[in-house]
Structures are given as structure tokens and as C-alpha cells.
Design a binder for this molecule. Structure first.
Ligand code: PMP
Length: 348
């Protein structure tokens, strides 16, 4: 006997990438974290925030972060919401932006947490298959009469980007709420932020987890017109962003120099990784992110994943149509990439 409701009993569980306790023993290329440390200014801000003031609740509006992000992007603070990671923003979307009889839609394959959170909140959804080039089928969201669509740009796990022109054209036709998940946009991508002033049915989400190396701090942002932002504020937990996260986020956003340096290093390493994997026969999906989606004509993706794990290198393999043919590899440091390539060369 348990006390779960029917929805909870029936829902599939989200399985995050492995986070081993003995991190030092692994080369960890499985969860798209940044291999470089956060800005020293962030670590200093966190230390400074460790004061007896921690006995006080944080600012419930996270206003300083909203103001800083708005100022840096030509927006106003009432266009910006700050969440406990962008994952919280998706939860809030399902919690309060779709009627019980409504329907969400997501590309497949994509970030599988969308499917889990929709289920957890009792929202029906459609998986809209990517086309044969692994591009998003936007017409599918209209055909399936979706009230909410989430498109990751670039997509995870493929790394493929969508042209903002295509997003704009879609917004001209779509009546529901479109969320463009830009968790990985900072590495190469073109942002949809300029479309927010024009379209009331657009939400753009950002994350400090990847390009700012702060996956452990849990800060994400949503940008939309004020009426939508007010919805997020009404729905959120009262103190959703803690004092340390607020202090760290402010310092991270303020350090443009470190951000530029770190994103450039990731790009350089990614291009090196692509070059080396192509040399040993891997087929690589063109990626606009800090990870690549690859397969090898001679060795099954699952064996590559398992073989690397035995050698203490973690990459990601997802079961399911299309995606099980590939492994997803996050960009690491140069040393990590060299070790990975050496091990892969011996396996293929
Ligand atoms: N969106 C996508 C497409 C992701 O892959 C991830 C990370 N797994 C997230 C959002 C989550 O970001 P955050 O750490 O801000 O919750």
C-alpha cells in the first residue's frame, strides 16, 4: 500500500545523468556541464554571502538579478523572471499555463524532462518527431493543436540549432505559448530574445548552468512580456532563489570577461573534439552547443557508452528510437578530450 495518486503511480521517472560521488576518478562528459570553473568573482561573492544574514529569507523577487539581466539585454525587469534552474521554469509552465484539457508539444528526441514534468502536472502532450535531418517539425505543433510548445535551441541531445527566422515565422502562425529553451545558446547560437517585444506568446529561457559553469548553483531565467512574467511570479514558491544563488548569479552576469573566455575555450575544444572524432570515422551531427551527438558505422552506440564507462569515462546514451543510435559527448578540457579520443580509437 502506498499513498501515491494515480498520476504519480503511472508516470515515467526522469533519469538524470550519473553524478558519481568519487568525481575525481572519472572523466565526466555526460551532463553537458562546463569543464572550466566558474568565475573567481562568483566564488568570492559566494564566500561573502556566507554571513549570519543567511538566517533571513532571500529577496522573494530576486530583483537585482532581474534588473541586471534586463539592463544587459535591453529589457526591463518586468520582462524577466529568475528560477531555481531553468528546470523550475518548465515546472511552473506546466503548473499554471495550460488548462487541464489543453495539450503541450515537444520535439522528439529532446530534453526528456519536459515529458516528465508535463506528466507530473497532469498535462497531456505530443512528441513531435524531428525530421530525417534531425530538424524540428514546427508545423506539427499546429497540426496537433498544442497550447504550449517547448523547443530547445540548440536542441538536446542533437545539438542542432534552429534559425531565429524560422521561430519568427512560426510565431506568426501559432496561437499557443512557445517556449524557446536557450540553455545552450551562449556557445554559438542566435537568440530569440529580440522577438519578445513583438510576440506576447513567446517565453525565452536561459540557464547559468552551462555557459557560466554554475550547474551546482541552480539559476535559470525566463524572458517574456510582463503579463506572462506575472504568471510565473504568482505560481512560484515564495523563496525560490536562495541568497547564495542570487549573490552568485549577480557576480556571474557581471563578469563578461570570464564568460567570453570560457565560452571561447569550450568552442575551441569542441572543434578539436569534432576534428579528432571525424579522423577515426565518427559521424557527427552539426552542433551549436557544448556537446556533440555522434555515431560510428562499425560499433553500436551502447557498446561505446559501456566500453567508455569501464574505462571511467562517462558519456550519455539514451534508449529509444533514433537516439539509441548515438552517444552524446559533452566537451571537456583538452586533457579529457585527448584521453577520450585515445580510448575511442582503440574501440572502433
Ligand atoms: N534545457 C535543456 C535543453 C537542458 O539540456 C538542460 C540541462 N540538462 C536544462 C534546460 C536544465 O537547465 P538548468 O540547469 O538551468 O535547470
Amino acid at each position: 500500500m502506498n499513498y501515491w495518486n494515480t498520476r504519480l503511480k503511472n508516470m515515467a521517472e526522469y533519469i538524470p545523468g550519473e553524478q558519481p560521488d568519487n568525481l575525481d576518478e572519472f572523466i565526466k562528459l555526460n551532463t553537458n556541464e562546463n569543464p572550466f570553473p566558474p568565475s573567481p568573482a562568483v566564488l568570492e561573492a559566494l564566500r561573502k554571502a556566507c554571513t549570519p544574514d543567511l538566517r533571513r529569507y532571500p529577496n522573494p523577487t530576486t530583483m537585482k538579478v532581474r534588473e541586471l539581466f534586463a539592463q544587459q539585454n535591453g529589457l526591463s525587469a518586468d520582462n524577466v523572471f529568475v528560477g531555481n534552474g531553468s528546470d523550475e521554469i518548465f515546472t511552473l509552465l506546466f503548473r499554471g499555463f495550460v488548462d487541464p484539457e489543453g495539450r503541450a508539444g515537444f520535439p522528439y528526441p529532446s530534453y526528456s524532462l519536459y515529458y516528465t514534468l508535463a506528466e507530473a502536472n497532469g498535462i497531456a502532450y505530443e512528441k513531435i518527431d524531428l525530421d530525417e535531418n534531425l530538424d524540428v517539425n514546427f508545423a506539427g505543433f499546429i497540426k496537433k493543436k498544442c497550447n504550449l510548445a517547448i523547443v530547445a535551441n540548440p536542441n538536446n541531445p542533437t545539438g542542432k540549432g534552429v534559425d531565429v527566422k524560422e521561430i519568427r515565422a512560426f510565431l506568426g502562425k501559432f496561437k499557443g505559448l512557445l517556449v524557446v529553451d536557450e540553455a545552450y545558446v551562449d556557445f554559438y547560437g542566435e537568440t530569440a530574445l529580440p522577438l519578445v517585444s513583438e510576440f506576447g506568446n513567446l517565453v525565452v529561457t536561459r540557464s547559468l548552468s552551462k555557459s557560466y559553469s554554475l550547474a551546482g548553483l541552480r539559476v535559470g531565467l525566463a524572458v517574456a512580456q510582463p503579463a506572462v512574467i506575472r504568471g510565473f511570479i504568482k505560481l512560484k514558491d515564495s523563496y525560490n532563489v536562495d541568497r547564495l544563488a542570487e549573490a552568485g548569479a549577480l557576480a556571474a552576469l557581471a563578469d563578461a570577461k570570464n564568460f567570453k573566455y570560457s565560452t571561447r575555450m569550450v568552442r575551441e575544444n569542441k572543434e578539436f573534439l569534432e576534428e579528432k572524432l571525424a579522423e577515426i570515422g565518427f559521424q557527427i551531427v552539426p552542433s551549436k552547443a557544448n556537446f556533440i551527438f555522434v555515431k560510428h558505422p562499425k560499433v553500436a552506440a551502447k557498446s561505446i557508452y559501456e566500453g567508455l564507462k569501464e574505462r571511467k569515462i562517462l558519456v550519455r546514451w539514451f534508449n529509444g528510437p533514433v537516439q539509441s543510435e548515438y552517444v552524446r559527448i559533452s566537451v571537456g578540457t583538452m586533457m579529457e578530450i585527448r584521453t577520450l579520443v585515445k580510448e575511442l580509437a582503440a574501440m572502433v
